[in-house]
Ligand binder design. Structure first.
Ligand SMILES: NC(=O)c1ccc[n+]([C@@H]2O[C@H](COP(=O)([O-])OP(=O)(O)OC[C@H]3O[C@@H](n4cnc5c(N)ncnc54)[C@H](O)[C@@H]3O)[C@@H](O)[C@H]2O)c1
Length: 464
């Protein structure tokens, strides 16, 4: 193995272990590109981890295999990404024959563990999309596989990387409001983005673990990172009273439903060529309908939810998520012994630049050039003093600019210092989903749930 190749592999392992110390150079020659395989060629796998990687980093990495259980979507993904790498209809065959060094997992949430565990056991490092997995037993199995294999697992927490979220971390770490004592955090999904989760597999707990896991893993990860502690106890409420059986009527496919003229949620997927090629053209292979009715009976996830979390360092968190808000955005307030920090994004009446609610989700997922930049404030209010406004440039595309920065760190510059600890490994992945899984359990049992009882991870007062 050449020294630059070894430097890369060491870097990946250091990243997974949250090291802040740079290790060696990261220089790829033509003969030593990183070998990558990807499982799950849906929208996230094809666009962000497929085409964007291929277009941006082909001089340092190469795709050696793609796998999806839908052969039509797999073939379309290959042409969309632009790679001529082999396609595999069997996962283990891909790992055995293509011999990737890094596997990227972008399948349905409830299946992540199968691929993570198998690939770790077969000698690969693994980068998985969030959420790490959907229940505590699978989480424990993943943690054990990582330990036993000696290989590394990275969780792609892109939200940490946006400049706005990084600034909050920087301010809190500097002690600007003293010791944090409590946090309010509220996330509002609008009737475009929020509804989209109810149109497909996310609408069932057995697939997504509910939005307390699928979506809130992002939020709980940010909170764990900002608070710099691990969750100890969770109590939650949740209910389904807007989507699912609550709708006034229901159909099968949204595109040709009998209620298109009167339903506010009518969406014609066939107007979008990319989504048509990716999903509609391949329905006959596996019956995966991307534009299902969001009022169908099988939906069992909550559409409103709230949780109280006590951290191991005694911080108290009040969290809520709603899925049918007129606008998409969030608010957070941190109370400390020396003041208060307030942050928010996308609250329409606080903004100079208006973005239509229907466009917001498309911009968030977009991997186009980052040309949509404006600034948003963070308020720091010291006890007994006036408040100050910290203005932070904010990008709309690619999850607030987090997507591109995450990939640059991983592939372009893994040895660069990471002073705020942006990189996330399996422990961070676990701690964020365990809050959501505990919240689910609390809703069902009406009791507080202890994180320490869920896996062999014992919550730490300080994360690292
Ligand atoms: N970090 C983020 O901001 C972000 C954004 C979007 C999606 N994601 C994550 O990416 C993942 C994929 O999401 P998506 O929106 O692309 O979903 P998707 O449904 O479009 O894609 C999932 C793909 O996995 C395939 N698949 C499912 N089960 C499989 C199995 N057992 N074997 C082989 N292939 C299988 C499906 O055929 C499909 O092509 C999810 O885990 C999601 O949480 C993360």
């Amino acid at each position: 193995m050449t020294s630059s190749r070894r430097a890369f592999l060491t870097s990946i392992s250091m990243l997974a272990a949250h090291s802040v110390f740079p290790v060696g150079g990261f220089r790829f020659g033509k003969a030593e590109k990183l070998k990558i395989a990807l499982v799950g060629t849906g929208i996230r796998g094809t666009t962000f981890w497929g085409k964007r990687l291929f277009d941006t980093y082909s001089d340092i990495l190469e795709f050696v295999g793609l796998h999806d259980h839908n052969p039509g979507r797999l073939a379309y993904a290959q042409s969309y990404i632009g790679t001529d790498c082999p396609l595999f209809d069997h996962f283990e065959t891909m790992i055995r024959e293509a011999r990737p060094e890094l596997l990227i997992v972008t399948t349905k949430d409830s299946t992540h563990h199968q691929f993570i565990i198998k690939a770790l056991e077969m000698g690969c490092d693994v980068l998985t999309e969030k959420p790490l997995t959907t229940d505590a037993a699978k989480c424990q199995a993943i943690l054990a596989a990582e330990r036993n294999s000696g290989n590394n697992l990275i969780v792609g927490f892109n939200y940490r990387w946006s400049p706005y979220n990084t600034k909050i971390k920087e301010l809190l770490s500097s002690g600007i409001i003293g010791k944090i004592t409590s946090v309010d955090f509220h996330w509002y999904l609008n009737t475009y983005h929020g509804a989209s989760y109810f149109r497909r597999w996310h609408g069932q707990i057995k697939n997504s673990g509910s939005l307390l896991v699928h979506k809130a893993t992002h939020h709980f990860d940010l909170l764990n990172w900002w608070i710099d502690s691990e969750p100890a106890e969770v109590f939650a409420y949740g209910d389904l009273e807007f989507y699912g059986q609550n709708g006034p009527y229901r159909g099968s496919n949204c595109r040709d439903c009998a209620h298109t003229a009167i339903c506010d949620f009518y969406w014609d997927i066939t107007k979008d060529d990319f989504l048509t090629n990716l999903y509609v053209e391949n329905e006959h292979h596996d019956g995966y309908i991307r534009d299902n009715c969001l009022f169908r009976d099988e939906i069992d996830i909550y559409d409103k939810m709230s949780a109280q979390v006590r951290y191991q360092n005694n911080v108290q968190l009040s969290y809520s998520l709603t899925t049918y808000s007129p606008y998409e955005g969030w608010r957070a307030s941190f109370n400390g012994t020396e003041g208060r920090l307030e942050a928010w994004t996308d609250i329409p009446y606080y903004q100079d630049v208006k973005v239509s609610e229907s466009e917001k989700h498309a911009l968030e997922l977009s991997q186009d050039k980052e040309d949509f930049i404006r600034s948003e404030p963070i308020i720091v209010h010291h006890l007994w003093k006036d408040f100050e406004i910290v203005k932070v440039p904010r990008e709309r595309v690619g999850h607030g600019g987090g997507d591109g920065r995450l990939q640059d760190k991983l592939f372009l510059d893994p040895s660069a210092p990471d002073p705020y600890g942006h990189m996330a490994g399996s422990r961070d992945g676990a701690m964020s989903i365990l809050i959501g899984i505990a919240a689910r359990e609390s809703i069902q049992t009406r009791k507080a749930v202890q994180i320490a009882a869920m896996t062999d991870l014992q919550p730490r007062a300080q994360r690292h």
